[in-house]
Design a protein around this ligand. Sequence first.
Ligand SMILES: C[S@@+](CC[C@H](N)C(=O)[O-])C[C@H]1O[C@@H](n2cnc3c(N)ncnc32)[C@H](O)[C@@H]1O
Length: 286
Amino acid sequence: MAASGPVADGPAALAEGRWEEARAAFEAALARGEAETGQACFGLALALWWLGENHACVDRYSRVAAERAGAAQVTGVDLNEAMLTVARRVRADIDWRHGDAAALPLADRSFDAVLCQMALMFFPDPIGALREMARVAAPAGTVAVLVPAGLGAQPAYGPFVDMAARQAGPQARSLLDTYFNCGDLDELTRLFGRAGLRVTGNQTHGGTARFGSVDAFVTTEVESTPLRERISAGVYHRIKQGAREVLAPFTAADGTLAAPFQVHVVRARPSPDDVRETPGPFGTQD
Ligand SMILES: C[S@@+](CC[C@H](N)C(=O)[O-])C[C@H]1O[C@@H](n2cnc3c(N)ncnc32)[C@H](O)[C@@H]1O
């Protein structure tokens, strides 16, 4: 059965990656009072989407949901209590839970949208985590995962990591490329399949990571990993010098850095083998 009507348009738009339309449909449904828990476009939206002050999706949904108490629920999960403490302070209206992506503390089939941003590459067992996302997604629900594209597609980060590896050896590469190691789209799509998810689409988006200076970029990238403790002051100095050279094309006259940053968003549904008899809150979408 094809989805129709403004409430049903929300999840369809989400599934097809039309974020603005999805959000508009959701907010319109809320404004009309048509969206209630379990029925709204994002009635039970799981956001594996932490902190994210700058992430409009969850912020907008949670804000609108909060304005109409009980109309929708957003849940965020993180393994790190310190992150949750900050997250609760920033967004008290989101249901923050401590938990591991490998064993989500959430019921089966209970979320219309399961979103995971900038985190899959840190999970020791990404397939297991994707299986968990499939488990908690409603039969007609959407699982959407955002990861940085591979280093080969990163014109600033790629040459920076190559340069750091020349200065500090293979350990620099293995520590600095963690962010990018789920970035092969074909491999990522295969992971979804192995986790029982049917990929419905993907998009690659280009953005920009901005820093006050190249040194600030190097500090962020190196000191957020154990690399700094493993290299001498001299090697660190040479990495900073090398960064000024390789990042020159992205450095403005005032010294600020605008590093291009590519991400992939993959969208999926529970695979046909996993389709359940009971329709989801919006009926069958396909
Ligand atoms: C780079 S941050 C991304 C945060 C947020 N999603 C964002 O986009 O701003 C990665 C997050 O993944 C969390 N994380 C790492 N391993 C995890 C696991 N096994 N289960 C749940 N969260 C995990 C970390 O604590 C951290 O908050």
